[in-house]
Design a protein around this ligand. Structure first.
Ligand code: ATP
Length: 561
């Protein structure tokens, strides 16, 4: 119901998909109400020692309601989770599709894994809201109305007590949502402040001590921690207030029902039934606190997703005039400079560039090492070549045509990027490699497997692969076969090699490896690259023969540009 679509994370599954769950939930709660009421009637009636046969219907009723309540609850859970999980799967797919044009330019300096983790959590909060809040609240409303309707047949006044109870509880729920949203916002702010101050003090402790600011640093930490504790206490107070108010209202409603019933001319068992009904309704009303929490979380999650997904992509496609036909295109940067953010005026009023204009010719099969100081723009240069960014000055030519006049997919499908954030999917080794090969796949099963294994060997993972218990079927990732930093990098290289793309852009590919292994892996990768174009970003020299020239970007050692 709350999947992200269109320009914002709008609801996707209509509420009526949850209709069956609401009815099942209401039926389960009504069974609970009937169980309590019938039991009350039975106990009081039995105390009058009637003929046992007159109790039989109530006994059967108690059993039937006792059995139907959990069964109906189970059915409600299965049904609502079924809808929500389907919705979550669609929402994840949709958001992943929308994140592609925003990656990496619109993710800021955050790691992709961090963004993906936060997005997954937010989508979960968003799609859980109907299950944790929508269904229980709607089911509670149906239950209260149905109970009030039935009670009205015996005593309209007690029915009014039920309706008043429901209205008051709706108000308490709204208040709880506000308190919870406020509490969560304060808590997030306080936590961010603790992290910020903690990181600053940890990273700069020597400098702080050197200028005699050790005591100040401790005070900053204490203050941040005190704000956090205050936010936690405030949130707990808000929750306790809402829960306490709900319990007080239930107690008040029971007392009110008892007062009304005392003046009614009804048999004792019926009186017990009427007085106990508000107590029985508490079953329908206990999920309200959880519902408030879930609604507040979903609201915050929606806000964050909207901010992320509503950004304009860094590369906007315009109508293409040409196509890329060569498998290994000739790339050329002409005075190409780049900027990650659309405009970032400097103090001087000019727009700062993240990569100063460079000329770079990359004929098919060329081998280039890109070096330069940290922050000089090496990764930015690769982003230009992969068209993750368009040049802010100059242009990128692909086989002589301005890249902006070509379909984006044409260039991207010929370029493989291995960046400095190697990732592993929690699935089989085969699927981790196959993701690099778009379908339809020209190779069939055994041939494809052989190609994938060759890619692993070319990336220096041969001995590692030979030790795996289940070969390509070995599951990787958390809880299964864990990979070291170096193995992850080599898996990324293997992916690039099996992709068969004509241009390989490698960003610090061997930064995680020791010098000997790094030299060997780079030699193997260069050999496997064959006639493909290779561009390697590295701070270190590469073994002889891997590259045929070196290009430096960023300020020179004396600081000039
Ligand atoms: N995804 C991004 N979003 C916003 N700014 C970015 C992004 N990537 C890089 N930058 C900025 O662009 C500038 C150049 O960074 P870049 O990563 O290209 O340098 P680099 O030479 O590869 O550095 P390093 O050797 O540290 O990896 C820096 O100011 C950096 O903050």
């Amino acid at each position: 119901m709350t999947a992200a679509t269109g320009t914002t994370s709008r609801p996707r599954t209509p509420l009526r998909a949850y209709g069956a769950s609401v009815l099942l939930g209401a039926a389960a709660t009504l069974s609970g109400v009937a169980l309590t009421a019938t039991s009350g009637w039975l106990v009081v009636r039995a105390s009058e020692r009637p003929v046992v046969l007159t109790l039989l219907t109530a006994v059967v009723g108690v059993r039937a309601f006792g059995i139907s309540r959990p069964l109906l609850r189970w059915a409600e859970r299965v049904r609502s989770h079924d809808v929500a999980l389907g919705d979550l799967a669609r929402a994840r797919e949709d958001v992943a599709r929308r994140l592609v044009p925003l990656t990496p330019a619109r993710l800021g300096r955050r790691h992709r894994a961090e963004v993906a983790g936060a997005v997954v959590d937010d989508l979960t909060d968003l799609t859980e809201a109907p299950v944790r809040a929508g269904v229980p609240l709607a089911a509670a409303a149906v239950t209260v109305l149905a109970t009030a309707g039935l009670t009205a047949l015996v005593s309209p006044t007690v029915a009014l007590v039920h309706v008043a109870l429901a209205a008051a509880l709706a108000g308490v729920t709204l208040l709880a949502v506000r308190l919870e949203a406020d509490g969560q916002a304060r808590l997030e702010q306080a936590r961010a402040e603790v992290l910020r101050v903690g990181e600053l003090v940890a990273l700069r402790r020597r400098d702080l001590l050197a200028v005699g600011a050790g005591t100040d640093a401790r005070r900053w930490l204490d203050e941040a921690q005190a704000h956090w504790s205050a936010a936690v206490r405030r949130q707990a107070r808000g929750r306790a207030l809402a829960q306490g108010a709900a319990v007080a209202l239930l107690g008040g409603a029971t007392a009110a029902a008892a007062l009304v019933v005392a003046r009614l001319d009804v048999a004792a068992p019926v009186a017990a039934l009427l007085v106990l009904t508000p107590v029985a309704l508490s079953d329908a009303l206990t999920p309200l606190a959880d519902a408030a929490r879930s609604l507040a979380r979903a609201r915050a999650a929606r806000r964050r997703l909207d901010v992320l997904l509503d950004q304009p992509p860094a590369v906007v496609e315009r109508p293409a005039h040409d196509t890329v036909t060569s498998p290994v295109p000739h790339l050329r940067l002409e005075a190409a400079g780049a900027r990650w953010r659309p405009t970032e005026p400097t103090a001087a009023g000019a727009d700062a560039l993240d990569l100063d204009p460079v000329d770079l010719d990359l004929p098919p099969g060329s081998r280039t090492l890109v070096t330069g100081p940290n922050g000089g723009g090496k990764s930015t240069l690769l982003a230009l070549l992969a068209r993750q960014l368009d040049p802010a000055t100059g242009r990128l030519l692909v086989d002589g045509t301005d890249a902006r006049d070509l379909p984006l997919a044409d260039l991207r499908s010929r370029v493989a990027v291995v960046d400095d954030e190697p990732w592993v999917l929690a699935t089989s080794l085969r699927e981790n490699l196959r993701i690099a090969r778009p379908r339809p796949e020209p190779l069939d099963g055994p041939d494809l497997d052989a190609r994938l294994v060759r890619g692993l060997r070319e990336a220096g993972l041969g001995p590692w692969y030979d030790d795996l218990p289940a070969g390509l079927d070995t599951r990787l990732g958390t809880g299964d076969r864990a990979l070291s930093g170096g193995e992850r990098t080599r898996l990324g290289l293997a992916r690039a090699l099996v992709s068969e793309r004509g241009v390989l852009l490698l960003d610090e590919p061997v930064a995680h490896l020791d010098a000997g292994t790094a030299a060997q892996v780079m030699g193997d990768v260069a050999a496997a690259a064959g006639r493909r174009t290779l561009v390697v970003v590295s701070h270190d020299d590469l073994p002889a023969g891997v590259v045929d020239r070196t290009v430096r970007v960023g300020p020179s050692e004396d600081g000039t540009r």
